[in-house]
Design a protein around this ligand. Structure first.
Ligand SMILES: CC(C)(COP(=O)(O)OP(=O)(O)OC[C@H]1O[C@@H](n2cnc3c(N)ncnc32)[C@H](O)[C@@H]1OP(=O)(O)O)[C@@H](O)C(=O)NCCC(=O)NCCS
Length: 188
């Protein structure tokens, strides 16, 4: 495991990654996106930012997980994040989410928001570990089962509290990950 995790890379998602991403997504989400949605997102490079986490295996390289974000004015909105079902809870989600947060700084956002199913305590815990707070609920937001969405918010990503949480998460990533920066976050 440790050996494999030495060969990780966070990279922009390419069109060629979409089938692998969809393969993961179909197993972990009850309402996966249609394929066209990914191609559309990847073609709107100005506002959308999508990444994949790859790892080297004997036969080559495989996609472990992925994440995406839109930037609208000062806000970055996490649109999706997922880790292959059999590889969850091994620290990969933290790497992908840290990559998205770094992108939020790079894109000039001031805060980050996201929605998560009210029943998805595991994902919420990860976001809370990154300093996110619950700021509201959208009643019946998910049309497949009428579940509420919990809306979470980072507060200012330049606040000392948020930066400390981000740095704590970066410290917990032992593996070397190409494409993930370890140096201090940009000043406010
Ligand atoms: C949510 C998801 C992306 C997290 O990725 P992951 O690789 O499983 O998470 P990690 O192993 O990096 O864990 C990071 C933190 O998340 C939390 N966490 C993740 N899964 C958890 C679970 N099932 N139960 C409780 N906490 C969990 C923990 O706080 C963990 O930190 P810890 O190591 O201090 O316990 C992944 O589980 C997933 O793809 N889930 C299905 C799709 C999904 O729900 N996406 C989010 C939609 S908003």
């Amino acid at each position: 495991m440790v050996e494999l995790r030495r060969q990780l890379a966070l990279e922009p998602m390419r069109e060629a990654d979409v089938p692998a991403v969809q393969d993961i997504e179909r197993r972990i989400f009850s309402t996966p996106w249609p394929r066209n949605a990914y191609y559309r997102e990847l073609s709107s490079r100005n506002s959308a930012y999508y990444i994949v986490l790859r790892r080297e295996i004997e036969r080559g390289v495989e996609v472990v997980g992925y994440g995406g974000m839109w930037r609208m004015y000062d806000e970055a909105h996490v649109t999706t994040i997922g880790v292959r079902q059999d590889l969850q809870q091994q620290g990969y989600g933290r790497i992908i989410f840290a990559g998205l947060i770094q992108a939020a700084y790079d894109l000039g956002a001031k805060w980050v928001t996201l929605e998560v199913r009210a029943s998805n305590g595991g994902a919420m815990r990860m976001y809370e570990n990154f300093g996110f707070k619950v700021i509201g609920r959208r009643k019946g937001y998910y049309t497949d089962n009428g579940e509420d969405a919990v809306v979470m918010w980072s507060d200012s990503i330049y606040s000392p509290r948020f930066r400390k949480a981000m740095e704590g998460n970066l410290e917990r990533i032992e593996a070397e990950v190409r494409g993930l920066r370890r140096e201090p976050l940009p000043p406010s």
